[in-house]
Write a protein of this length. Structure first.
Length: 132
């Protein structure tokens, strides 16, 4: 069995389990995989973070600590604009809002549109828990 993070053409993320990658490819091509949120059959594999280290490994613990430190630094040095992120990023780019570091939420389509408009954004991934 193989686990994939999947995304529909509307930007909804969900998980799926398949016998192998060929099974996923065949089912996706035949439209036999549907988004549980919108029933879209335009499905592709989403970016997945590989499992690299075990938490009991000293190097892994050190890396997790550094990731948490970096994440905390980003959070403390940015303003959370929440769901207004796409609009606020555009306003800053256009000079209609004060230039500052912001963070917030955007759908896949909103993030893609910002990048296509030449507005530089970076995802802030969640932190791994100690059980991963």
């Amino acid at each position: 069995m193989i686990h994939y993070s999947l995304i529909c053409d509307a930007g909804h993320s969900f998980d799926g389990w398949f016998r192998d990658s060929a099974t996923f490819e065949a089912q996706a091509a035949d439209g036999r995989i549907a988004c549980p949120f919108c029933d879209s059959t335009g499905i592709s594999r989403d970016v997945m973070a590989p499992s690299v280290a075990r938490p009991r490994d000293k190097a892994a613990k050190k890396l997790r600590a550094k990731l948490r430190e970096l994440h905390e630094e980003v959070v403390t040095q940015t303003e959370d604009v929440g769901e207004r992120f796409p609009q606020e990023a555009r306003a800053i780019e256009e000079g209609a809002a004060k230039r500052r570091a912001i963070r917030g939420h955007a759908t896949f389509e909103e993030a893609k549109a910002l990048l296509e408009e030449g507005i530089e954004i970076l995802p802030l991934p969640g932190l791994p828990n100690d059980g991963n």
